[in-house]
Design a protein around this ligand. Structure first.
Ligand code: SF4
Ligand code: SF4
Length: 320
């Protein structure tokens, strides 16, 4: 049993995870008090995935994932973390789905052709995922493969891999959805979204243009990058050894075309982020990732970036 002080600390931590500030502490606390009566079950299904998103959740931040789940809901089934495996896993999944108070988290893309490329129990996932998704309160796509197709759907696409959204469209299933891209997904983005739903009873607000969570994916990486000042002074890294800290655009950085709060949220217990480690952003949260040609932006593509919009932003900052 938590003391009041511990309870409030948890709410504060979750508010930080959800929106990067303590602003929602009160909402979280009120939500949890209501929630105690009817906590959502949380069920994971693995499609074509590499386990990277689960690994990211387990080890990627300073908040223990299982402890977290025990406070906002109940982890009903997970293909790798649950004790129940095989037929027990399927029985648990069926039970949870029948109760219709669960969040379904899918990791990986769905193979449509051949559907036999991935099984759930003794049936191709393509044929039965729809049954579970249609009963979920919210379907959360965790990572770029589930959100946009990712690596399995890239050049060649040998398994006809679909994102969860495209799959549900193909199956005519209309259910609330959240897409949380990233290779892997950021643990805060997943846990914060679950906490938000648990605390408020609804999905986090979405960006009108992209349809992705405004709080996490509402701003380009470029606009909040620690190297932005070098970009605005046209100082670019030409040589990784000698030009440390300058803008990485000319080294193929995709920060100007990728929306995420990576620069301010950072990774690995808030230690660092790609650009701070002197490597260009490869745009792993972009809907186009992993792109058709190169992981990095080609020099010719740099010219096609929305420069006027970016320069206007710089001018607005200078005018302040
Ligand atoms: S191009 Fe990349 S390194 Fe340069 S400011 Fe933008 S995000 Fe940062
Ligand atoms: S900075 Fe870019 S490559 Fe790095 S995690 Fe964020 S979106 Fe992915």
């Amino acid at each position: 049993m938590l003391t009041r002080r511990q309870f409030l600390k948890k709410c504060r931590d979750l508010s930080l995870m959800m929106c990067g500030s303590t602003l929602l502490t009160r909402t979280v606390a009120e939500g949890f008090i209501k929630l105690a009566k009817n906590p959502p079950e949380i069920a994971f299904i693995h499609a074509q995935n590499c386990m990277g998103c689960t690994t990211s959740m387990l080890y990627g931040n300073d908040y223990d994932f299982l402890d977290f789940l025990n406070h906002v809901g109940h982890l009903a089934v997970h293909p790798a973390l649950s004790f129940s495996q095989g037929s027990d896993y399927m029985a648990n999944l069926d039970r949870v789905a029948a109760e219709e108070n669960f969040l379904l988290i899918v990791e990986g893309s769905i193979p449509a052709n051949p559907p036999e490329a991935c099984y759930l129990g003794d049936k191709p996932l393509y044929h039965i995922l729809a049954n579970y998704a249609s009963q979920a309160r919210v379907v959360i796509s965790s990572g770029s493969c589930a959100s946009h197709g990712g690596i399995p759907a890239s050049n060649g696409n040998r398994t006809g891999a679909l994102s969860v959204t495209d799959y549900l469209k193909e199956k005519n299933i209309d259910v609330p959805q959240l897409r949380i891209p990233g290779c892997p997904a950021h643990p805060d983005h997943i846990m914060g979204s679950i906490a938000y739903i648990a605390a408020t009873g609804k999905a986090p607000p979405l960006n009108e243009k992209s349809g992705q969570i405004e709080e996490y994916f509402g701003e380009l990486i470029h606009n909040r990058c620690s190297r932005f000042q070098y970009f605005s002074q046209d100082q670019f890294v030409k040589n990784f050894a000698t030009d440390k800290n300058k803008c990485l655009l000319k080294k193929g950085c995709r920060g100007p075309i990728t929306a995420s709060d990576c620069p301010v949220r950072r990774w690995n217990k808030r230690t660092s982020v790609c650009v701070e480690s002197n490597t260009p952003c490869i745009g792993c949260m972009s809907p186009s990732w992993p792109f058709t040609t190169s992981l990095y932006l080609e020099t010719t593509q740099v010219e096609d970036l929305p420069w006027s919009e970016m320069k206007e932003k710089i001018d607005r900052r200078r005018d302040k």
